[in-house]
Structures are given as structure tokens and as C-alpha cells.
Design a protein around this ligand. Structure first.
Ligand SMILES: *Cc1c(COP(=O)(O)O)cnc(C)c1O
Length: 502
């Protein structure tokens, strides 16, 4: 048995569901017709009628269940093993959240249910908004956006609307060079032009760099704090002041909120708008595990522009849905991903203020412990031996062996770990960005650090073995460019990665 826990499961090869199909097999038994039979040809236009039967696989219920259950074991997940994918906050998601989201009153509630029959659901949204305001120091929150990037987009739409109301939407948005790719995408979709601001040699954004670029053409500065190098922007208060003095807004990418809850509130240090990634910070499955939710929090000036309808508490204690007159409109059908809201609400209520503070403290402690365990062997370019919730290492020290970050990532796969984020942030050459999160035990972090140290050792002794990794998995190393450009989606794949009937 391997000393690494994640590699002990069995992965079987699996044929396509179409190959398993047998004519006439079915997983459903329908009741007899209890209304008069109608010929479809008499009620549908000819253009909508099929001439050939749909090519659907026919299987029994156990066959379908087993097929998809087996396939599900091919996916690495947080329930399976350690998943230190930096910036993504792949924390363990407590199962009690799922229980709450499946309560019939929530799960079976139709979005068109009248307001007076959905009071509990609206109350939950009002209370979740209030909790997020309290955690972040924002004036108001909208739960509508469906993911973090969507929240960014919504926030910048509100910024544009507010500036337009003042008389000039302005032209440019400043973004530090460490930013997540979704930030410039948001800028472009809002009709602005991105202007990059270089971070200083020590990895922080300097007030001077912002001062030089800030002027009356700049609508906003978008920054992530703690930034993607895992550093708390120490000049943040001064930076926000500079932008505000010239009439701009500061958007804070809230994806890294997991590092600072109960310690620092973006609204208190000058952020005017931010998104929350409920699926990161507030423990709901993501990355193939389920839908996300990216609420947006804003300051008082931006609040009237939030998407509607908005859940509100009336003076008499009842709840309602109201669209403010200056709202930018809907950004999502109905009210957003309601199930995710229930999970995040359950998580916040379970932990409370003390618990959430402890989450951030432990997340930062875990990352620093990992940093200390690997710092003698891996190059840690920024932070002077300290970090917030994630460690950004690089492959610089491995360069003489010819082993790269990609090889390290593949070596981790062989040892049962999901690789960290690689080659991001772009300012670190060969970056390995590890975010352990607070849900991991000391043992798991030590096992992961040992795997990294073992890989560095292997790089010295047998670098070729790492170039070939992974070898313990069902499929060994693929030619990634070819796999992405010419994916083979129909033929079963042999253990060596080639298609059976290639
Ligand atoms: C994850 C992330 C985003 C985007 O969030 P999604 O929910 O994936 O759309 C934006 N910025 C940063 C820093 C992130 O880590």
C-alpha cells in the first residue's frame, strides 16, 4: 500500500454508455395513459417532427448508476484528497450545508412562488446579505451574480452607472500585474480599457505606482487583497485614498477573503465594491462539484445601482422583493443560485463570528506551516518567509536538474495529491501556488510537504522519471497541447494514454 492516502482507490476502465446500450432496456416504467391518445403529427408542425429515432443509450437503472458512479471515481475532489489549488480555496464542504439546502421548503420552492408564500427564503437572503455586509464592511450586498467573475462584472456595471450619473463614465481601469485573468475580462466587457500597474519588487502594489497612473480618465482600480502572491497589500489604505481623491472607485477582488475574515474588513480600508465567492470562502462545492455564487458588495453610493429584484425586510417584519429605480437590472434569472446561498448561510450561522475568524487564522497558519516545511528546498520569491493564506513557490532551485513546475505537478498526481495552481501568478516564473485552507490537518500538510521534498530529491537522482510522471494513474502523461486541441472523446483510452482504436 502506498504511504500516500489519495492513491489507494481503484480506477477501472469504462466503456462508453453508448457501447453499453441494449435495445429496449429502460430505467423507467411509466404508468398507463389516462388521457385520450393524440397523434403528435396532428399537433406539431412537420418541421418539428423526427424522422429517425433519437440516438439515446438504453440501459437499466443499475447499469446507469454503476456507469456514472465508476466515472465519478475518476474525478479528483475535495472529498477524495488534498486539493491545494491556489486562489481557488478548495476547502472541505461540511455535509450539514447539503442537508440544509435539501430541506424541502428550500429545495422544492419554485422561483415563481408568490412572495407571501416564500417569506422564509426571502428572509434567508436578507439575513445572508446582512452577514456578508458585516463580514466585509460593505454597505449593501446583492446575491444575484452566479460566480466570482460575474460578481466582478456586476460591480463594475454599478461603477459605470454611478460615474455616468455623475456625468462621465470615464475610460480606463487600473489593474496590478498580479491580477486574476477575470479582472481584465470584466473591464473589457464593461467597455473600459485596462491599464496595467506593475507591482514593486517586493510583490506589493506601491502607492506611488498608483499615484502615477491615477487621473480623471480612470474609473476604477481593481485589486485583489490579499494579492495573488499571498501578501496583504500593506499600502491599501493610502492606495484607496489616492483613487478616491481623483473621483475613482476601488474594486476589491474578494476571492481571497478566506485569509482575512474577522481580521480586516475591505469596506473599512477603503474598498467600494467587491465580490464574494460563496463557493470558495463559504464552503460550497465548486470546480465540477456544483454551481457557484458570486454576491457583490458595494458602498452607499453604488448601492442604488445593484441588480434587482432585491430582497428586503419591511417595517412590519415581513419580507418583500423590490427593484430599485436606478438598478442596473437583472444579471441572472430569478434571484441567483439559491441553493448555494442556503449552504453559505448554514456555514456562516454554524461558525459565527468567532468561528469565521478562526477559519482565517487557521488558513493562514496552515499556509505558513507549509511554507516553512518546504522553504529550504523550493524557492519562495516573495514575502520574506511569511505569507497569508497561500504559498507561492517556484521551480527556480530545480532548474539545474531540468525538472520544471509541470513535472512537480505531475509528480504530485502520482502521490495522490491534486496539484497546486501552476504558472500563475504570471509575475512568478514557474509558479506553484499552494493554498492548503483551514480544513486540512497538520498531518496532511506534512504529507504534502514530504511529497514536495521527495519530488525535489527525485529531480536530483532521476529527473527523467519525473518527466514521465504520472505513472500511477489510469492515464499517464498526455501531450497536453494535442489533448486540448484534438481531444479524443469517443474512443476508450488505454492505460498508456493512446486511444484504443487510434
Ligand atoms: C476564483 C477567482 C476569481 C473568479 O471567480 P469565479 O467564481 O471562478 O468566477 C476571480 N479572482 C480571483 C483572485 C479568484 O481566485
Amino acid at each position: 500500500m502506498s504511504k500516500y492516502p489519495g492513491v489507494s482507490s481503484i480506477g477501472f476502465n469504462e466503456s462508453l454508455i453508448f457501447d453499453r446500450s441494449r435495445d429496449g432496456r429502460s430505467a423507467a416504467s411509466l404508468p398507463g395513459l389516462d388521457v385520450p391518445a393524440v397523434d403528435v403529427a396532428s399537433v406539431l408542425p412537420e418541421s418539428l417532427l423526427r424522422t429517425d429515432a433519437a440516438q439515446l443509450p438504453e440501459l437499466s437503472e443499475p447499469e446507469v448508476t454503476r456507469h456514472f458512479t465508476r466515472l465519478s471515481t475518476w474525478n479528483f475532489s475535495v472529498d477524495h484528497g488534498f486539493y491545494p489549488l491556489g486562489s481557488c480555496t478548495m476547502k472541505y464542504n461540511p455535509k450539514v450545508n447539503e442537508w440544509a439546502a435539501r430541506l424541502e421548503g428550500f429545495a422544492a420552492l419554485h422561483p415563481y412562488t408568490p412572495v407571501d408564500l416564500s417569506q422564509g427564503a426571502i428572509q434567508l437572503m436578507v439575513e445572508l446579505e446582512a452577514a456578508l455586509c458585516e463580514i466585509s464592511g460593505m454597505h449593501a450586498v446583492s446575491l444575484q451574480p452566479a460566480a466570482g467573475a460575474h460578481g466582478e462584472l456586476t460591480a463594475m456595471m454599478a461603477v459605470r452607472a454611478a460615474l455616468t450619473k455623475r456625468g462621465n463614465p470615464r475610460k480606463k481601469v487600473l489593474i496590478p500585474d498580479t491580477a486574476h485573468g477575470t479582472n481584465p475580462a470584466t473591464v473589457t466587457l464593461n467597455g473600459y480599457v485596462t491599464e496595467s500597474v506593475a507591482s514593486s519588487e517586493d510583490g506589493y502594489l506601491s502607492a506611488d505606482a498608483v499615484r502615477k497612473k491615477m487621473n480623471g480618465d480612470v474609473a476604477a482600480l481593481m485589486l485583489t487583497n490579499p494579492n495573488t502572491l499571498g501578501l496583504f497589500e500593506k499600502n491599501i489604505t493610502e492606495i484607496c485614498k489616492i483613487v478616491h481623491e481623483q473621483g475613482g472607485f476601488v474594486f476589491g477582488d474578494g476571492a481571497n477573503l478566506n485569509a482575512i475574515m474577522g481580521k480586516a474588513r475591505p469596506g473599512d480600508y477603503g474598498i467600494d465594491a467587491m465580490q464574494f465567492n460563496l463557493h470558495k470562502t463559504f464552503s460550497t462545492p465548486h470546480g465540477g462539484g456544483g454551481p457557484g455564487s458570486g454576491p457583490v458588495g458595494v458602498c452607499a453610493e453604488l448601492a442604488p445601482f445593484l441588480p434587482g429584484p432585491r430582497p428586503v425586510r419591511n417595517d412590519d417584519g415581513t419580507f418583500d422583493l423590490i427593484t430599485p429605480s436606478e438598478s442596473i437590472g437583472r444579471v441572472r434569472s430569478f434571484y441567483g443560485n439559491f441553493g448555494v446561498m442556503v449552504k453559505a448561510y448554514a456555514y456562516i450561522r454554524e461558525l459565527g463570528a468567532r468561528g469565521l475568524t478562526q477559519v482565517s487564522e487557521t488558513a493562514v497558519l496552515n499556509a505558513n506551516y507549509l511554507l516553512k516545511l518546504i522553504a529550504d528546498v523550493y524557492h519562495i520569491p516573495y514575502g520574506n518567509g511569511k505569507c497569508m493564506h497561500e504559498v507561492v513557490a517556484s521551480d527556480k532551485h530545480l532548474a539545474p536538474t531540468g525538472v520544471s513546475t509541470l513535472d512537480v505537478a505531475k509528480g504530485l498526481v502520482d502521490r495522490g495529491f491534486h496539484p497546486p495552481t501552476v504558472y500563475f501568478p504570471l509575475v512568478v516564473k514557474g509558479a506553484l501556488m499552494c493554498e492548503p485552507t483551514e480544513t486540512e490537518s497538520k498531518d496532511t500538510i506534512e504529507e504534502f510537504a514530504n511529497a514536495l521534498l521527495e519530488i525535489a530529491e527525485q529531480a536530483r537522482i532521476d529527473p527523467d522519471a519525473l518527466h514521465r510522471a504520472p505513472v500511477n494513474t489510469r492515464i499517464s502523461r498526455l501531450d497536453e497541447a494535442t489533448a486540448a486541441r484534438k481531444p479524443i472523446l469517443v474512443a476508450p483510452i488505454e492505460a498508456n494514454g493512446t486511444a484504443v482504436n487510434d
